[in-house]
Design a protein around this ligand. Structure first.
Ligand code: TRP
Length: 337
């Protein structure tokens, strides 16, 4: 019996920051460590998705390698035989299945996708790409090719997961048991824990999450920041005028964010609770962040690129086999073979 599959896409992103690290990377690395053995873990770079909105194409290759190195530095177990690491575009079946799914997806259901609506409103309808519109069909192919049961994604992606279930059920109804349907969102949450992916806030505006789309970099700690620079950013973090350290995101979002960062980086905020000055807490967080960055950047410099290349190559060979088997079933069902 093959192991049930957990699958997720690691969006290639330049300028990863500590919010990405604590909120997304670390939970994924922990998941890969804890669930392997009982599960097969598919982690892939959705490189075909990466230019559904405009990017700098000349640096895509470098960005992908940098991201993979960051995952390795964060502790992703490259030598674990249950963990597969691959690039979407190296497995042509993703594109081929996406086209077939496109022909069974309705314009109406695709137009209702909130990510498309939000992004196209921001870009303007003339320049928004057809690729962005089609995004969910390619994502459904990513999932269905490997019979994935569990798909850890952020809240912004749950609608795409629902779409994947819908289109898989629709095709199963028409053609017989073609696809394994991924678990419903509720079961995904039960499986991964609902508070997975805690949101670290912007240091200058702690009412919103840390995001690289923010114009000022003062509220963001990038993984490549110099430790002293990061220390400065923590020391000038926005707090409040209440003058007492309490964990309370309603009234004290800045202080609560600092307490969360401290805890996630292995520190202890408890001794600061009730203090009527913020300086000591800030200093403790600044120290911890600087220490973390020093350590992380050392590990990153030591990552063996060759080990990553080997992992990609062996995973992509196996994944092509698995994906092609599913694709052939679908091609037969729709009359192409
Ligand atoms: N859309 C996901 C994101 O933006 C990335 C992604 C692409 C993905 N294909 C996927 C995630 C398949 C899970 C499964 O984060």
């Amino acid at each position: 019996m093959s192991k049930p599959v957990i699958l997720t896409g690691l969006r290639a992103n330049n300028d990863l920051h500590i919010g990405n690290y604590l909120g997304a990377l670390l939970p994924l690395v922990d998941m890969a460590k804890n669930k392997s053995g009982d599960y097969q873990i598919n982690l892939f770079i959705p490189d075909l998705h990466s230019f559904t909105t405009p990017i700098e194409h000349g640096s895509l290759q470098a960005t992908i390698m940098q991201n993979l190195k960051i995952f390795a530095a964060a502790g992703l177990p490259l030598d674990n035989p249950d963990v597969f690491l691959y690039r979407q575009s190296y497995i042509p079946a993703h594109s081929e299945l996406a086209w077939i799914l496109d022909c069974f997806a309705g314009m109406g259901e695709m137009e209702r996708m909130t990510q498309f609506k939000d992004k196209s409103a921001a870009i303007g309808n003339d320049r928004v790409s057809v690729g962005l519109f089609n995004y969910p069909a390619l994502m459904a192919a990513d999932i269905l090719l490997y019979d994935a049961a569990y798909v850890p994604v952020g809240d912004d992606q749950t609608q795409h997961l629902e779409f994947t279930r819908d289109i898989a059920e629709r095709m199963n109804k028409q053609f017989g048991e073609l696809f394994i349907i991924p678990k419903p969102v509720k079961e995904q949450h039960e499986f991964f824990g609902k508070d997975q992916g805690l949101r670290i806030r912007d240091l200058q505006d702690p009412t919103k999450k840390m995001s690289k789309s923010d114009a000022s970099a003062k509220g963001i700690i990038f993984l490549t920041d110099k430790p002293d620079e990061a220390r400065q950013k923590i020391m000038s973090a926005e707090t409040d005028s209440l003058g007492e350290v309490q964990y309370d995101y309603e009234k004290r979002p800045g202080v609560s964010n600092l307490l969360d960062m401290l805890k996630l980086l292995g520190g202890d905020g408890q001794p600061f609770i009730g203090q009527n000055q913020y300086g000591p807490l800030k200093t403790a967080v600044a120290d911890r962040v600087a220490e973390f960055l020093t350590d992380f950047q050392t590990k990153l410099a030591q990552v063996d690129e060759q080990a990553i290349d080997q992992k990609l190559e062996s995973s992509e060979t196996k994944m092509n086999e698995a994906a092609n088997a599913t694709l052939l079933k679908v091609q037969k069902a729709v009359g192409l073979r």
